[in-house]
Design a binder for this molecule. Structure first.
Ligand code: COA
Length: 170
């Protein structure tokens, strides 16, 4: 938990007291705590800690509009730019150095359809973008503001629009 958090904090730049008021940092701490608690196997203790982590995540959801369940897998170096309207499906699997913006949803494709995205390393998701369904997003990908991505995206691509299409491939 602490090595992940250390890498996450680095993404916010040099430490200043202002960072204590960053809602993204609050959400990251509670998410990392919840993920850590989910690995606990001690019978009663794990139940108590899971209930506490769930309670904290609900407080974060209500106060910041950021909902990232503890079951989501996110690599180190996670950055939440600002806050509000950020929802990640419990089944999403995300790599290292992930950056997410306000209004981003990573969810299922439709009611009754399960499965959420697998996202590679070094992915940036612009404000308002939606990543829907059981799709794969490669490494080093940028997803433009307000895009709706419903198909796989290869490595090193920039995607924009509805439905999302590739405008650049490096
Ligand atoms: C997708 C993005 C990363 C691409 O940046 P870039 O590589 O500098 O791309 P460009 O600005 O050169 O744009 C390339 C083309 O894509 C189009 N485009 C760029 N972003 C777009 C978007 N979000 N939706 C639709 N089209 C977009 C441009 O109009 C341009 O089209 P043209 O070649 O026909 O003129 C960027 O435009 C973006 O959407 N960033 C999100 C920023 C954000 O969310 N900021 C808020 C943070 S809180």
């Amino acid at each position: 938990m602490f090595s992940n958090l250390k890498a996450d904090f680095k993404r916010y730049g040099k430490f200043t007291p202002y960072l204590l008021f960053e809602q993204g940092i609050w959400a990251t701490i509670v998410f990392r705590f919840g993920s850590w608690v989910h690995t606990f196997k001690v019978p009663i203790l794990s139940l108590v800690l899971k209930a506490f982590a769930f309670f904290l995540s609900k407080i974060i959801e209500i106060t910041t509009g950021i909902s990232i369940p503890a079951s989501v897998k996110i690599g180190k170096g996670f950055y939440i730019g600002h806050f509000g309207g950020i929802i990640v499906n419990p089944h999403a699997v995300i790599g290292e150095n992930f950056s997410i913006s306000p209004g981003v949803i990573i969810g299922t494709r439709a009611l009754g359809r399960t499965g959420a995205a697998r996202i590679g390393d070094n992915v940036y998701v612009g404000v308002g973008a939606k990543i829907l369904g059981d799709i794969t997003i490669g490494n080093n990908v940028r997803i433009g503001a307000n895009s709706v991505v419903i198909k796989d995206v290869p490595d090193d691509a920039t995607v924009v629009g509805i439905p999302g299409y590739i405008i650049k491939k490096v």
